[in-house]
Design a protein around this ligand. Sequence first.
Ligand SMILES: CN1c2c(nc(N)[nH]c2=O)NC[C@@H]1CNc1ccc(C(=O)N[C@@H](CCC(=O)N[C@@H](CCC(=O)N[C@@H](CCC(=O)O)C(=O)O)C(=O)O)C(=O)O)cc1
Ligand SMILES: N[C@@H](CCS)C(=O)O
Ligand SMILES: [Zn+2]
Length: 775
Amino acid sequence: MQTSVIGYPRIGVNRELKFASERYFRGEGSKEQLLQEAARLRLTHWQVQKQHGITYIPSNDFSLYDGVLDTACLLNIIPARYRDLGLDSLETYYAMARGYQGKRGDVKALAMKKWYNTNYHYLVPELEEGVEIRLAGTKPFDEFLEAKQQGIRTKPVLPGAFTMLKLIKYSGGKQAADYAADMAEVYKEILARFEALGAEWVQFDEPELVRDLTAEEIELLCDLYGKILSAKGRVKVLLQTYFGDVRDVYQALLGLPCDGIGLDFVEGAENINLIHQYGWAQDKILFAGIVSGKNIWRNRYRESLDLIAELNRWVPHEQMVLSTSCSLLHVPYTVRHEQQLGEEVCRHLAFAEEKLAELTELAGLAAGLKEIEDAAELPEAYVRNEALFAEGNRAAPNPAVRAKTASLTAADFVRLPAASERAEIQRARFKLPLLPTTTIGSFPQTAEVRKNRTAYRKGRISEEQYRRFNQEKIAACIALQEELGLDVLVHGEYERNDMVEYFGECLDGFLFTEQGWVQSYGTRCVKPPIIWGDVSRARPITVEYAVYAKGLTNKPVKGMLTGPVTILNWSFPREDLPASEMAYQIALAIREEVLDLEAHGIEIIQIDEAALREKLPLRRSDWHCEYLDWAIPAFRLVHSGVKPETQIHTHMCYSEFADILQEIEAMDADVISFEASRSDLALIDVLQETGFQTAVGPGVYDIHSPRIPGVDELKEAILRMAEKLPAEKLWVNPDCGLKTRNEAEVRGSLQHMVQAAREVRKLLIADEHRRDALV
Ligand SMILES: CN1c2c(nc(N)[nH]c2=O)NC[C@@H]1CNc1ccc(C(=O)N[C@@H](CCC(=O)N[C@@H](CCC(=O)N[C@@H](CCC(=O)O)C(=O)O)C(=O)O)C(=O)O)cc1
Ligand SMILES: N[C@@H](CCS)C(=O)O
Ligand SMILES: [Zn+2]
């Protein structure tokens, strides 16, 4: 049986692409050096897949920043404000990705959004009226040729036309359907070019097909592909779906003149039922996504072979290719470099490279499926795999933890008194000014901050030296915030490598990797911890630094924690427990930390739920039973035990919140900060329309861009907020933590933010007085 990989990680085992890009951004490395490193990585990735015997190796899955942005540029979808900078194509690309502030102008970056239900973020293409969709680049063709020159005939991969049309933000009056004909023309041209270059297969990624689709959307899909495939020559087209099932379009897909359909059997359990119900098409190859592209656990061959056997009832062997369930972008490179985890753990793990081996091994076993059923002696690979799973529970259950989650009652999820009553108590306690200013938690994770951590980890400095350094940073951070005049301060999170990995390291039940990097956006990566056993808190985690920071100022200092849903969503979860049980275990551990902070005099505690929206099922019909019914209670469980006067904040980033505002309100926090700036503060309209009650801080500027927002721009943002929402419920803050920025950028931006808040505050108070005088 043949094998296919949907996409491969690209940042580099040692994050080489990140470092080369950031050197280039700082002006320390040339464009040639960056492009050379990129080419080296592409070759390495193709070679490793070839060595593992993968039949269909992807190309154009590589990106210097983001694949959707690459495709927007390829299709000429570049807003005028970036074109007008008059930069070369690479610099224009980075201006769209990161914003630009320099001699040629001052423009914000494109909006950034979560890539479906993952922790990867893509740049939202923006199509202005009058911009012609046309083929305006050669990247996919260049990379195909680059691989071909190395003797590897790849399967080029691009986001499909339907998905692109759905992801684009239309800034004129037109809509997706208005561009269908132009889009189809370009995709036809792309196919013709690949045909001429000698490609056998081209993969169009269509994850939009796993969402709920209307009749018009299905019509748009059929219309698009009817056109794109109408003049197709020999080159074969694979419509690749992932992250769910295609229940709304399965029959329509069978009717399209494509050559292959990729279905996800890991996250799309319903896909097998669709095949049962409607059969398969004789003219199509099934790319069966059976090896998970999201988890880091070994594939259980027996179950996969059972699934293949089941599929074989409708799809003959020769019409089936074994595939990953989605791109391997979402898992780390390889277990080989993990020195600390130990063999007894590592043998259960499969990162990208190990998944390549699994694909090939499984394909070999699947080819002899009949023999496995009949054989007296089972193949060695099969026996080895079964033995691994026969080891049983990897970590024994922790009876104390299980007893706690089992004895939870409804009252444990309710904070008293009601939010409105708490708001009064807290107003009297904190006496904060109108439009209080604060930040989201982290301050710059500079090279020296990381060096300090690395030095401590490697035993080059003592624990005391390590802590002293962090204390000095905290003291400087508090001094800076006082100097800038912020109202609610933070300690800066200098002790944390990452808001989730850090808690993973401090809680029992988690494992963490040394090299398990996964790209989150652009050059930024995370190392998700692994949930291995039952989770509990062995000792206080954040109290010491929080108390230290509080002792340095008379202003309130927010304690800073990561919430259970985010810790769970940004970790690699175990698969032998329901998500709700894992979430409640983590919630109980973080609850202990909340109560400890409160007991040590921390009056405001922020519990970040940055990832709350991320794992919301892609289909609305699945939202409650599968997710929100435990995710919201898990958050409530964390803070329900605090006193009325303790102010609980939460923070969420990079999501579309409009459709779950009711549930967000039900989290019952006292204050919520949202990402809003990069989506043009559109959220505040929805907050207004829905009469959102919780106090909010819709981020007033985008922290992911190095540009420093001007005072006027910030005033305008705050005024827009104050026009729509009651000023006494508004907070002023950046849209996320400041860890990715440098100190000069932070100082400049916060200075402007505080000044803008003060000026708007004055205006509002003057307005109020004027109104009072009139009355
Ligand atoms: C809010 N976001 C987060 C998401 N997911 C998370 N798990 N965490 C998040 O905060 N998803 C949505 C957004 C995404 N945003 C970001 C923002 C920034 C980063 C980021 O900066 N990542 C860092 C890596 C962070 C880290 O773990 N650093 C470690 C390791 C540092 C290191 O490289 N050490 C070197 C030596 C360095 C030296 O000596 O100078 C080494 O050990 O070899 C640490 O600080 O200890 C990044 O660099 O990409 C991610 C997501
Ligand atoms: N407190 C975290 C939240 C990021 S989503 C930070 O400031 O980095
Ligand atoms: Zn955030």
